[in-house]
Design a protein around this ligand. Structure first.
Ligand code: GLC
Length: 500
C-alpha cells in the first residue's frame, strides 16, 4: 500500500497563472513555481496538481487546450516543466497534470481541420457537428451550439471556444491514450481529469425537458460508457512501475453530481483511483449538513478501492474565507479538512486565508462565465488573484514587473506568505502544523457534543464549534492544535481544536 501514496496525501493545487511569476510579465510560470518549491516543501505537501499550462488561447484560463503535449510559451517550455518535476522529486513532491478530455480549444489543429474539411468528413467526426442544434444549454450560459459558416452547428458544453470531442469515435480515445502516456512517460505521478463525468453524449442528442445545466445524469453527464472508459485509463496508469518514485500512478476525477448517489458508479472496482468529494465544499457552515455529507462520502468509498479526497476550495468556487463568512471559520474548516481520514486537496492561497476578491473592475474580468452571462454571474476571477508573497503593496512579490494579469487588492500586506512566516498564529503556520500533525489511518468515529458541534475521533479528537456560543470540551490531556484562542475547556464559536 505504501506506493499508493495518494490514499493519505495532501495535494496542493497550483493555478499556474497566479502562483508565481519568474520572468516579470505579470503571469505565473514554471520558473516562478520552481523558485517557490522550498515553500511547498516547508508546507509539507506530498504532491502538486497543476491546472492547465498547455498551449492555449486562454479563453477559459487554459481549459481550452490547443496542444495537449506542449507547454504554452507564457509558462516556459517543456524543459522547464521537466526541470520542475525533477526538482520537486528531490523534495519528494509529486506532480499531477490536468487532462481536459471533454473538449479542446477551437484553435486545436483537429478542430481547425474539421472546419476546413466540411460536413460529412472524417475530420468533422472528431467533434459533434449537426445540421440542427438541440435545446442543450452551455454550462457557462447560452446555447451549447454554435453555427459555422457552412451552416452546420457544433456542440460545446462550455464556451463556444471549447468544442466537445466525439468520444464515440475511436480516434478520440486513441488520441487521449497518447496524451496520457506522453505525460506519464515524463514522470508525472498522476492526472486530474477535467469534467470527468461528461465525455460521452447520448448519440441521439435528444432535446431535454429541462435544459438548465445541472449535474444530474443526463444525455451529456454520467453516461454508462464512462465505466469501461475509465477502466481502460486505470489499466494505463497501472502499467507503469509502482515500486519506484513517484509510486503507483493515480488519477483524480472532477466528477460533479447533484446528489451523492450520482457518484456511486465511480466507486466500482477498477475505476479511476480518486473521485473528488465536492459535497464537503458545497456544504454550508452548518454542523448537521457537514455531518451528513461526511457520513455519506465515507459510505460511498467504504469497501471500494476508490477514494474520495476532501476539498474545501479550488479555482472554480468562492474562497472559503469568504464563503464560510470569516477567516476564523476558514481556519476551523482547515482543521476539519486535514483531520478527515484519507487525502485532502488544498488550493493555492487557502493556506494564507485569502478572501475572494469581489470588487474586480468589469474590464479586468476574464472568466467566460462573466462574459457569457453579460455580467449577471460574477464568475471565478475573484479566487484566481495572483498570490501575495511579500511586501506591503501590489504586486506583493508575485512578479519582478509592476503589473499582474488580474489586479491584486490593497491591504494584502499582512496576508503575504512572508508576513505570515514569522507569525506563529498565522494561517500559513496553522496549515504547516496541521499537515505535519494530521492523523494517519482510516479510523473514524463521530462524537456527539451537541447539534452545532462537529466532533470526531481519529486517534485524537477533532472538535469544531459551528454554533454561536462557547461549548465545553471533553476531557483531554493536550491541545495539539487550535484554529484560534481557546481558554481552558471552553471552545469559542467558529473555532476548531485537535485534542489528545
Ligand atoms: C472544469 C474546470 C473549470 C473549467 C471547466 C471547463 O470544471 O475546473 O475551470 O472552466 O472544467 O473546462
Amino acid at each position: 500500500m505504501m506506493n499508493e501514496w495518494w490514499r493519505e496525501a495532501v495535494v496542493y493545487q497550483i493555478y499556474p497563472r497566479s502562483f508565481a511569476d519568474g520572468n516579470g510579465d505579470g503571469l505565473g510560470d514554471f520558473a516562478g513555481a520552481l523558485d517557490r518549491l522550498p515553500y511547498l516543501a516547508e508546507l509539507g505537501v506530498d504532491a502538486v496538481w497543476f491546472s492547465p499550462f498547455y498551449r492555449s488561447p486562454f479563453l477559459d484560463g487554459g481549459y481550452d487546450v490547443a496542444d495537449y503535449c506542449d507547454v504554452d510559451p507564457r509558462f516556459g517550455a517543456l524543459a522547464d516543466f521537466d526541470a520542475f518535476v525533477a526538482a520537486a522529486a528531490a523534495h519528494e513532491i509529486r506532480v499531477l497534470v490536468d487532462i481536459v478530455p471533454n473538449h479542446c480549444s477551437s484553435a486545436h489543429p483537429a478542430f481547425q481541420a474539421a472546419l476546413e474539411a466540411g460536413p460529412g468528413s472524417p475530420e468533422r467526426e472528431m467533434f459533434i457537428f449537426r445540421d440542427q442544434p438541440n435545446n442543450w444549454q452551455s454550462i457557462f450560459g447560452g446555447s451549447a451550439w454554435t453555427q459555422v459558416p457552412d451552416g452546420q452547428w457544433y456542440l460545446h458544453l462550455f464556451d463556444s471556444s471549447q468544442p466537445d470531442w466525439n468520444w464515440a469515435n475511436p480516434a478520440v480515445p486513441a488520441l487521449f491514450e497518447k496524451v496520457l502516456r506522453f505525460w506519464l512517460d515524463r514522470g508525472v505521478a498522476g492526472l486530474r481529469i477535467d469534467v470527468a463525468h461528461a465525455l460521452y453524449k447520448d448519440p441521439l442528442l435528444p432535446d431535454v425537458a429541462d435544459p438548465k445545466p445541472s449535474d444530474r445524469p443526463s444525455p451529456w453527464f454520467h453516461r454508462s460508457e464512462l465505466a469501461e472508459h475509465y477502466r481502460s485509463w486505470r489499466a494505463i496508469l497501472d502499467s507503469y512501475p509502482a515500486d519506484v518514485f513517484p509510486g503507483r500512478r493515480t488519477a483524480v476525477g472532477e466528477f460533479w453530481g447533484d446528489e451523492l448517489v450520482h457518484l456511486a458508479p465511480y466507486f466500482a472496482p477498477g475505476g479511476i483511483p480518486q473521485t473528488f468529494n465536492f459535497f464537503l465544499m458545497a456544504a454550508a457552515w452548518d454542523a448537521a449538513a457537514l455531518r451528513e455529507t461526511i457520513t455519506g462520502s465515507l459510505a460511498l468509498s467504504a469497501g471500494s478501492d476508490v477514494v474520495a479526497p476532501w476539498v474545501i476550495g479550488n479555482h472554480d468556487v468562492t474562497r472559503p474565507a469568504t464563503r464560510y463568512g470569516s477567516v476564523e471559520r476558514a481556519r476551523a474548516a482547515a482543521l476539519m479538512l486535514l483531520a478527515l481520514p484519507g487525502s485532502a486537496y488544498v488550493y493555492q492561497g487557502e493556506e494564507l486565508g485569502l478572501p475572494e476578491v469581489l470588487d474586480l473592475p468589469d474590464a479586468a474580468r476574464e472568466d467566460p462565465v462573466f462574459l457569457r452571462s453579460g455580467g449577471a454571474r460574477l464568475g471565478r476571477d475573484g479566487c484566481r488573484i495572483p498570490l501575495p508573497w511579500s511586501g506591503t503593496a501590489a504586486p506583493y512579490g508575485f512578479t519582478t514587473g509592476t503589473e499582474t494579469w488580474l489586479p491584486q487588492p490593497d491591504g494584502w500586506g499582512p496576508l503575504t506568505a512572508s508576513a505570515q512566516e514569522s507569525d506563529p498564529d498565522s494561517t500559513l503556520n496553522l496549515y504547516r502544523s496541521a499537515i505535519r500533525l494530521r492523523p494517519p489511518g482510516q479510523d473514524f468515529a463521530w462524537l456527539s457534543l451537541g447539534d452545532d458541534v462537529l466532533a470526531f475521533e481519529r486517534g485524537f479528537t477533532c472538535v469544531v464549534n459551528m454554533g454561536t456560543s462557547a461549548v465545553r470540551l471533553p476531557p483531554y490531556d493536550e491541545i495539539v492544535l487550535a484554529s484560534g484562542p481557546v481558554e481552558s475547556d471552553l471552545l469559542p464559536p467558529d473555532t476548531a481544536v485537535w485534542l489528545r
